[in-house]
Design a protein around this ligand. Sequence first.
Ligand code: ZN
Length: 287
Amino acid sequence: MNTTTNTTLTVFYNDEYVNPNDAETRTKAEPLARMIEQGEVPGVTLKSPQSVTREQLLQIHDAQYLDELWGKHPRFLASILASTGGVIAALDQAMIDGASGTLSSGLHHAQRAADNGLCYLNGLALVVHVAIERYVLTDVGILDTDAHWGGGTFQLVGSNPKVRISDVTVSDFDRWQSSESRHHLKMVNDPSVYLEEVKKALTHLEGIEFLVYNAGMDPFEDCGIGGMRGITREILEERERLVAQWCIDTETPALFTLAGGYTGHNLDLEGVARLHLPTIREFQRII
Ligand SMILES: [Zn+2]
């Protein structure tokens, strides 16, 4: 992008993202933010976003469902509102800088009127709506490399002709189906073809005006949920390099969100957070 005004990658996060004692989805951003603050990824600035409002959420979620969420613990509610707000903030920033991201997680399974698979608000569907309305885009792409399918996202934006979806999975959960050519789905059963399938998923998105990248690390073989034997750290690092290089080569502005990543037998929360560093490192190259 020739409109670049920053020399650092802005990544959105604040302490409200974290809901203590909750799943990794709402706790891993804290150690990850600490790693960024300690300079593990040079050229990255953390910035606090505005939380999403109920009015914004009504674009994609059912009013009664939102009432239920507003009745939950204030700390939990604050967490999902802050991290969903971060996705919108990353869109605005990426439209200026060419790339941005947010330490948000727990998005792609959320449906119009129900939570699913640890996801409560579908920030991916919401940000696509905002991109189309605020920036008058007509061809927005979602790349989802979480281990699981993004059935919630498909429910919310699958019928929108201005949205293309590429979904590469290694697990059966939250499966969706489509015969539309703008939707590309692949469930990988053999780790040796994983990166080739990611390349195909990117090729499917060629020509989009903006990329929303849901960067899941739960395909990693040591993750207790989603992990596939043979999907190594190195493979996931190369995946992130491929995605960032595609954005550079095609001059496509992009934002990332974190998606899945879970502790396991050999993996603690710090280790899960560390898995997400390559996404940030690679997006920094786009700036
Ligand atoms: Zn997942």
